[in-house]
Unconditional design. Structure first.
Length: 279
């Protein structure tokens, strides 16, 4: 009877997870890629679950992860984590050790939720590294565009030519955005800004706003691009230095633990002899 109840609970949770992970995206979520966030009337009233899912979508977009594979990994990790307490309950039950069923159900639900978060944490780390690399490549791209503008090229010619010079994910994203802008007759900076919002890179919308403001005020676009590229490089250098300092601090902790263990190893025989003498 207990096994049937636990199996039913596991099956119900698995069905819910599979349904939520593999359901077809709505038309609104697909159109949001090509529509500015300010034009979406429901953007301000989204719930926290919608924001969480949109965060996953941005991480999936910037890393190029297959959404179906990501959903499958979530289901598999959640199912394995959920079934671990049940398997332990069965094994211990065979050995004559019984645990309360509510405790097993609670542990299974907790492990299932934690297992569901493991692929998300992995995806978040990959997305963070991808955005750092994107910003680093974006600064070099802006330098190329500014050089071509200084040589007398037009803005669209400079954007396309600079995108074809390099390779990698960043240049591929820029090339695809420029193709969309050219085929739809829109401003390339608007399309790049939307792509930056889609993949979670805030520098692209900021760059588009800076270029627009410079054009409206009559400022030179070349100086704006050079300043933005320098700002991106300085930010990247600051992030690298912060990561190096953090790694250095983490390296000190094992040394402290080893020193404490060494002191315990030296002091244990003496403390043992003293306690034995008093005994």
């Amino acid at each position: 009877m207990t096994g049937i109840f636990l199996s039913a609970v596991a099956l119900a949770l698995g069905v819910v997870i599979v349904h939520r992970s593999l359901r077809r995206p709505t038309l609104e979520s697909q159109l949001s890629r090509f529509v500015e966030a300010g034009a979406n009337p429901t953007a301000r009233t989204r719930s926290w679950t919608d924001r969480l899912l949109s965060s996953d979508e941005r991480d999936i977009a910037v890393t190029g992860t297959n959404s179906s594979r990501y959903a499958s990994e979530q289901v598999i990790c959640a199912a394995l984590a959920f079934s671990t307490p049940i398997a332990m309950y069965v094994i211990l039950g065979i050995g004559g050790v019984n645990f309360p069923i509510p405790m097993v159900v609670l542990l299974s639900a907790t492990f299932g939720v934690l297992g569901l978060q493991i692929p998300r944490l992995t995806l978040t780390q990959k997305a963070r590294r991808a955005r750092v690399n994107f910003r680093s490549s974006l600064s070099s791209y802006l330098d190329l565009v500014s050089i071509m503008l200084s040589g007398g090229a037009g803005i669209e010619t400079a954007l396309v030519a600079a995108a074809r010079v390099g390779d990698g994910p960043t240049y591929q994203v820029i090339t695809d955005s420029l193709d969309v802008a050219r085929s739809t007759g829109r401003s390339p900076w608007d399309v790049l800004a939307e792509e930056g919002r889609r993949i979670g890179v805030d520098e692209l919308p900021e760059l588009a706003a800076t270029v627009k403001l410079g054009g409206e005020q009559g400022a030179r676009m070349t100086s704006s691009l050079v300043a933005k590229a320098a700002s991106l490089r300085q930010k990247h250098i600051a992030e690298v230095e912060a990561a190096a300092n953090s790694s250095t601090e983490r390296m000190g902790l094992p040394m402290v633990l080893m020193f404490v263990a060494f002191l315990v190893l030296l002091g244990y025989p003496a403390m043992h002899l003293i306690s034995k003498g008093f005994g």
